[in-house]
Design a binder for this molecule. Structure first.
Ligand code: 5RP
Length: 222
């Protein structure tokens, strides 16, 4: 199977899951990226099930609206039973690296509001130790070099993702060379650097249900 077929397979599994488990008339939280796009496309027949969606990026908001979904501002919503999104890496403890699409801050906010975070990915995203995928960090522009120095002191090699401006008007530093054996500790340490908006570790609030696709089908981890 191609990677696109694996993404569509796991996206359909997530749609089947929310169809069975999300209350009628609830709001669905929707992530960002190519796997999340497959989820949005597969979600179209469920419009009657949900009163609308909250999106973790402008790109996902536009895609949801293009298939006719009402998209709420998060400030209008107090309960999101399920947030469905992809990831760049997930470990056995269901901590994840996200932000390859630069949407990490809004993703983390929507995940914080959601009761359950369902992560959808193909099996290549499951790793023993997080960090081979460079860890994205969203940074206030004037703090870029300060934050880069602090990230170096933590043992990483930050590289500015030049040309990318987040939906919040900030920059992304991608931190290479980390072997993240303490995701909760590193997430907190990076968040404490002045000028950091957020980082792509989802460890203090990890994934609740991981759906992983391979040629053998979809397997779930809790
Ligand atoms: C965007 C993300 C994505 O969920 C992550 O990058 C995975 O993307 P894809 O499904 O395209 O592999 O965190 O900020």
């Amino acid at each position: 199977m191609t990677q696109d077929e694996l993404k569509r397979l796991v996206a359909q599994a997530a749609v089947d899951y929310v169809r069975k488990n999300a209350p009628q008339g609830s709001v669905i939280g929707v992530g960002t990226g190519s796997t999340a796009n497959c989820f949005i496309d597969a979600l179209a027949p469920l419009q009657g099930h949900f009163c609308g969606a909250v999106a973790s990026s402008e790109a996902s908001r536009e895609r949801l609206e293009s298939i006719g979904f009402k998209v709420f501002d998060l400030n209008e919503v107090s309960e999101i039973p399920f947030y469905v999104d992809g990831a760049d890496e997930v470990d056995a403890g269901l901590s994840a690296i996200k932000g390859g699409g630069a949407a990490l801050t809004r993703e983390k906010i929507v995940a914080a509001v959601a009761s359950r975070f369902i992560c959808i990915a193909d099996a290549s995203k499951k790793v023993e130790v997080l960090g081979r995928f460079p860890l994205p960090v969203e940074v206030i522009p004037m703090a870029r070099e300060h934050v880069a120095r602090r990230l170096k002191a933590l043992g990483g090699e930050p590289k500015w993702r030049e040309g990318v401006i987040t939906d919040n008007g900030n920059l992304i530093l991608d931190v290479h060379g980390l072997a993240i054996t303490d995701p909760v500790g590193l997430e907190s340490a990076i968040d404490h650097i002045s000028g950091v908006v957020t980082n792509g570790l989802f460890a203090r609030r990890p994934v609740d249900l991981l759906l992983l696709s391979s040629a053998d089908g979809v397997v779930s981890f809790v």
